[in-house]
Design a protein around this ligand. Structure first.
Ligand code: ATP
Ligand code: MG
Length: 590
C-alpha cells in the first residue's frame, strides 16, 4: 500500500488547537489524525484510523490467542436489561437516553455486561458449556461530566470488552489469569510504559481487580508504589494496614476542656500546646480526631448524611471515598444541611453525638487508623470545648471503618514492613476484574452443575480503551517535534520524502515506494511536487512514521538518506541498496 501525500485526505496544522491542553490531543489534531465533531466526540481521518485499526488488530489477535470469541452487540439498546440490573438508575446522568417513535426507552450502551450475560443465559444451560470467554471491540457512549484531552476521555469511544463465564471460583481465577496474560502481551506490543496496579471493584463487589495504567504526568489516575516491594495500587484502592488494638489499661480517663476559639485543627493544636502541654513531645494535628460531615447522593436522588472520623493531619480524599461507595456520589455538607442537625456544633463535632445510636443518628465511619485503644483529642459537641484522652473502643465506637483519608508519599506500605509509598500518575488503559456472581444473580444466569443442581455463574469483566490507547501511546512516545509512533501501531512503516524539483528524484522515489510496497511494506510517500523540503520535513516529524527515507540532492551522488524518527540518527545508503536497507530497518530480524 502506498499513501501518496499529494492525494491523502489530511491537512496538517502549525498551530495547536485552542481547546487542547495535553500533548497527545494537540498533536493528533495538528497531524490530521482526528477532528473534533462535538465535545468528547471525534472523527477519525485516514491516518488516525490506520493507527486505531492497528491497535484494534493487536487487541484482537491477543484475545483470539487465548481462545476468546469475538461477537458484536448493538450500541443502541433497549432499557429492559439495564432495568433488570438497576443500571438504568445507577448510571444517572452518565448515559445517553433516547426514545423511539413509539415512546419506548433506549440507551446508547456505556458498557455491555447485561447483553453478554443475557446472551449466555439464552444459549447455554449446562456447566459443560463453560467456561466461555466472549468479547467485542465496539463503540461505547458515556455522557462524561468532563470529556477531556481529545480521545483520551471521550463521550463516544471504542472499547474492547470481554467477559468470562465460569461455574466455580477456581474457574474464574483461571479465566482472570488468562486475560491478565493477554493484557500484558497487548500492552507490551503497544509499545509504551505501563504499570499494573490494584484497583477497587466498585459496587458490584468482586474480588481481584487490577488496572493497567500508562505512566503519564497528564494522567487522571494517581497510583502509589512501594519503594521496597512490588506493591502498586490506584490510590482509590489503597488499604491502610491497621495496627492491632491496644490495651486501654492505665490510660487516663477522658476529660472535656475549655478550648475557646479553636474551630480549626491549627488553632486547636496551638491551644493544646499552650494550655495542655504534653510531657513527652508537642501536640500535632495527628493527635486530633477530625470529624468531617458529608452528604451521600444515591443514584435514585436520595441524600444521606455521613460523618467520617480521621486523624486531623489528613484530609478526606473525595475520589477515594467515592471509589468505596460507587455509584454513590459524595459532597461536603453545606451550612443549610448542617443546620438541620441541632446536635452538631460546627468546629466542635465529636463522636459523642455521631453514630446511628447517638443524638445525631448520623452514620459514623472512621479511618482504619482509629483502632481500639488509641487516644484522641476531639470535639466535645459544645462550642469552644474539646475532649482529651478520648479512647476508641472504650469511650466511643463507630459504625464501621472506611478508607477515606488521603494517601501520602512516605506512608508505610500496606504490604511489607520496609517500604514506603510514593505516588505517580497514569492513564487507565485497561481494567480487569472479577465481577463474581453479581450480574448473574441480578439477571438470573444459572446453569446445571455436575450433580444436576442449578448454580449461579461467576463472571469476570475485562476492558481496554482502544481509542484511549491511541492517545495514550501518542502521549507516551511523542517528542518536541511531533508524534513518534512505535512500529507496531504506526500508520505506515516508512515515510519516503522526495525533495527538490528534479524529475529524477521523483522517478527514483516512485520506484522505491513501489518496490517497498511490492515487499509488503506500508509506505507513506510525500510526492507533493511544489512543497518545500522544509515543509515536508516538518510534516514528516509531525506525522511520526518511524522510518524516514529522504530522496533528494544526494541522488546525484548515488545515495539516499535513512532517518530514524525517534533517535534522529541518519545514515546514507547507496541507491542500489536502499530497498534492502529499508526492509532491514522496518523488519528487524526478519
Ligand atoms: P475512567 O475511570 O477513566 O472513567 P472507567 O473506570 O469508567 O474509566 P471502565 O468502565 O472500566 O472505565 O472501561 C474500560 C476501559 O475503557 C477503561 O479502562 C478505559 O481505558 C476506557 N474508557 C472508559 N471511559 C472512557 C472514555 N470516556 N473515553 C475513552 N476511553 C474510556
Ligand atoms: Mg469512567
Amino acid at each position: 500500500m502506498i499513501l501518496r501525500l499529494s492525494r491523502l485526505f489530511v491537512r496538517t496544522l502549525r498551530e495547536d488547537p485552542v481547546d487542547a491542553e495535553v500533548p497527545s490531543h494537540k498533536l493528533l489534531v495538528r497531524a490530521g489524525y482526528v477532528r473534533r465533531a462535538a465535545p468528547g466526540i471525534y472523527s477519525w481521518l485516514p491516518l488516525g484510523l490506520r493507527v486505531l485499526r492497528k491497535v484494534e488488530g493487536i487487541v484482537r489477535e491477543e484475545m483470539d490467542g487465548i481462545g476468546a470469541q469475538e461477537l458484536s452487540f448493538p450500541a443502541l439498546l433497549p432499557r429492559e436489561p439495564y432495568e433488570a440490573s438497576n443500571r438504568w438508575t445507577t448510571y444517572g446522568d452518565g448515559i445517553f437516553r433516547l426514545k423511539d417513535r413509539r415512546g419506548g426507552d433506549y440507551l446508547l450502551g456505556p458498557t455491555h455486561e447485561e447483553m453478554f450475560t443475557l446472551a449466555v443465559k439464552d444459549l447455554y444451560s449446562s456447566y459443560k458449556d463453560l467456561p466461555v470467554w466472549l468479547y467485542q471491540i465496539q463503540t461505547k457512549y458515556r455522557d462524561e461530566a468532563r470529556p477531556r484531552a481529545g480521545v483520551l476521555r471521550g463521550r463516544e469511544f471504542i472499547m474492547k470488552d470481554s467477559y468470562s463465564f465460569d461455574v466455580s471460583d477456581e474457574g474464574l481465577d483461571r479465566s482472570y489469569a488468562a486475560h491478565r496474560e493477554a493484557y500484558v502481551r497487548i500492552f507490551d506490543r503497544l509499545g509504551f510504559d505501563y504499570a499494573i496496579v490494584k484497583a477497587t471493584s466498585g459496587a458490584m463487589g468482586g474480588s481481584r481487580s487490577e488496572e493497567f495504567l500508562a505512566r503519564a504526568d497528564s494522567g487522571e489516575d494517581t497510583y502509589v508504589r512501594c519503594t521496597s516491594c512490588d506493591y502498586a495500587a490506584n490510590v482509590e484502592a489503597v488499604e491502610v494496614r491497621p495496627e492491632p488494638a491496644r490495651s486501654t489499661e492505665g490510660l487516663p480517663a477522658a476529660h472535656a476542656e475549655q478550648t475557646p476559639a479553636t474551630p480549626t485543627i491549627d488553632t486547636l493544636v496551638a491551644h493544646l500546646n499552650e494550655k495542655h502541654p504534653r510531657d513527652d513531645r508537642a501536640w500535632t494535628a495527628g493527635d486530633t480526631l477530625k470529624n468531617v460531615l458529608l452528604v451521600l447522593k444515591h443514584p435514585d436522588g436520595t441524600r444521606e448524611p455521613l460523618a467520617v472520623g480521621l486523624p486531623g493531619d489528613r484530609e478526606v480524599d473525595q475520589k477515594r471515598l467515592e471509589g468505596q461507595l460507587e455509584p454513590i456520589e459524595v459532597e461536603p455538607m453545606d451550612e443549610a444541611e448542617l443546620a438541620k442537625h441541632p446536635a452538631l456544633v460546627k468546629g466542635y463535632i465529636g463522636p459523642g453525638v455521631l453514630g446511628e445510636e447517638n443524638a445525631s443518628g448520623i452514620r459514623y465511619l472512621v479511618d482504619p487508623r482509629v483502632v481500639d485503644g488509641t487516644a484522641w483529642v476531639t470535639g466535645a459537641d459544645v462550642d469552644g470545648s474539646h475532649v482529651l484522652d478520648l479512647v476508641a473502643g472504650r469511650d466511643f465506637t463507630a459504625d464501621g471503618t472506611i478508607e477515606a483519608a488521603e494517601v501520602r508519599d512516605g506512608d508505610p506500605c500496606p504490604s511489607c514492613d520496609d517500604g514506603v509509598l510514593e505516588s505517580a500518575r497514569g492513564i487507565e488503559m485497561g481494567h480487569i476484574f472479577q465481577l463474581g456472581r453479581w450480574f448473574a444473580e441480578a439477571l438470573d444466569l444459572r446453569v446445571l452443575d455436575e450433580n444436576g443442581k442449578l448454580v449461579t455463574v461467576t463472571m469476570g469483566s475485562y476492558g481496554i480503551g482502544v481509542t484511549r490507547a491511541v492517545a495514550a501511546i501518542a502521549e507516551g512516545t511523542h517528542d518536541d517535534l511531533g508524534l513518534c509512533w512505535p512500529r507496531e501501531v504506526a500508520p505506515a512503516d516508512v515515510h519516503v520524502v522526495a525533495t527538490g524539483k528534479d524529475a529524477s528524484v521523483f522517478e527514483y522515489a516512485d520506484a522505491l515506494a513501489a518496490g517497498l510496497e511490492g515487499r509488503g511494506v506500508e509506505v507513506l510517500y510525500d510526492d507533493r511536487p511544489k512543497v518545500s523540503p522544509g515543509v515536508k520535513f516538518k510534516d514528516a516529524e509531525l506525522l511520526g512514521v518511524p522510518t524516514l527515507v529522504v530522496v533528494g540532492r544526494g541522488l546525484a551522488d548515488g545515495v539516499v538518506e535513512v532517518r530514524d524518527r525517534r533517535t534522529g540518527d541518519k545514515r546514507e545508503v547507496a541507491v542500489d541498496d536502499a530497498l534492502e536497507q529499508v526492509l532491514a530497518e522496518v523488519r528487524p530480524g526478519a
